[in-house]
Design a protein around this ligand. Sequence first.
Ligand code: ZN
Length: 254
Amino acid sequence: MPTARINDYSIVLRRLRPLLSSHPGRVGDIGTVATNNGSYPVLKIVLGEGNPRKALITAGIHGDEPAGVEAVCAFVERKLYADIARAWELTLLPCVNPSGYELGTRENHEKLDLNRHFKSEPPPLEVGIVQSVFQSPFDLTLDLHEDVDSPGFYLYQKFEPGQETALGFKVVERVRETMPINSNSEIEGMPAEGGVIHRLSGPGEMEWWPMALYALSKGAKRCLTLETAARFPLATRVEAHLTAVRTAFQNIAV
Ligand SMILES: [Zn+2]
């Protein structure tokens, strides 16, 4: 018997696929996750194709964090990419873990936390699908998450050496207008400063990799993992994510 659905992934597909056919972008499936409950195509959207600067925006790797998925849908529906896609090639993966999204679980249908398996060989199917978009290095990656325990927004930032590291702090300052910031000196067991966790291990120092460390290992220059606080209404979390995304692009020196 199928398990009860918390979210309906087909709605995400219905919202994004037709929109892109009338937009200056390209949308396609880059893999299929087959489960006992059904098969889920994993969607990839490319906007501003061919532009020299490359960014990746991902959401929904944890299925119980719907605001990121909703934010990517809103980013496309409201054409918030329009200015950004003049200079950037944007690759969007709106929902990396569709089976977890439908079940409302952090893990996928096989009970795997996909964001712990970017160093695994072989990787889970969904992780392999994400890895397939890393053909050339990204200048910026943004991975959209939520935290059920946090009193406010925070982010992880990890940059290639030599990159200007104020970006995360600029993002937090702008998001503060939409959602309170988690200004604890320790978040998730790591030292934090004004909502920014930036003293993080590098790819060579960790047994397992989240997506951001895989991105760095593939030459990404700047990786931000955005965490909205799930205690706020969905609309507030979506606006916080959208503000963070816009602010990141506005503050990268050309
Ligand atoms: Zn998460």
